[in-house]
Design a protein around this ligand. Sequence first.
Ligand code: DOR
Ligand code: ZN
Length: 345
Amino acid sequence: MTKTLTIRRPDDWHLHFRDGDTMRAVVPHTARQFARAIVMPNLSPPVTTSALAAAYRERIVDAVPEGVEFTPLMTAYLTDESNADDFAAGFADGVLTAAKLYPAGATTNSAHGVTDVANISGVLERMAEIGMPLCVHGEVTHAAIDIFDREAVFIERVLQPLVARLPELKVIFEHITTRQAVEFVDASGANIAATITPQHLHINRNDILVGGIRPHMYCLPVAKREEHRLALREAATGGSAKYFLGTDSAPHHRHDKESDCGCAGIFNAPYALESYVSVFDEEGALDRFEAFASENGPRFYSLPLNEGTVTLEKVAQEVPASVAGGAAEIVPFHAGETLSWRLAS
Ligand code: DOR
Ligand code: ZN
């Protein structure tokens, strides 16, 4: 008999939809798998105000296929000039679910990000007061810091002092990639949580660099050594309520990845649940998948759990070499591989 797993409908607590044709091509993948998703604001130009977030939300909703129930949860991009009143009003109205901190220059379209956390202390104080969560891209950007150390250094130099100064602030340390991040989250209070991507549970840095350079395995924060991947697998599957699903699905067209300056980002939306569940299966932790995928996130964000269920079945499926991406194709995570699970339609 086919092994199956039925869980409450899950959510994706970190993802990139882009805009325009690319957005219209990728939204259906996420809407098929998830009930809600926290949508990243790093468009060009970025989504920096609640009005821009409301308009972007409309464009996303228009791209959801007829008959599919999917709710985008919007974030505003923090800049040195962010306005606390606008963020608070957007949060009160339900337009904004969280604000996003990109250290300036950390990743795709982060040039307008925050140059020094001191510049947004007023906004962060207000967020702590009203219970508005802060999503954090946790990497320092100084040229002198090795790219493989940027997350660990961010914890010491930025996150630890921030959490000490604003102990009430709800912080999501996003797409964590290191043992140090797991140790920090484990040691912190209940208002500090983390998302973990499927790629960081599957790949280490050898997968990017051994036997030829693999641009489709490149994302930021970059995958680290094997010891870190193992720490992340333990964190995700270990049953702590501080860890939840956040794909960081980040579509870039094939030619933008396969370039002499290739973009960072892995497009994992089409097979995200299958990718995650195979990890839980390998770790003997299928009974903990529902909490990671469908419970810990909404509880942290103080949002209701979803109604309804999805069923995954242990049936092999081939992942295509590419999928439609609007103006050009996109190579999905696991392209050309056989996954051992599939989402029952
Ligand atoms: O790899 C990444 N891609 N990391 C990010 O933080 C941003 C994302 C993107 O927008 O492409
Ligand atoms: Zn991201």
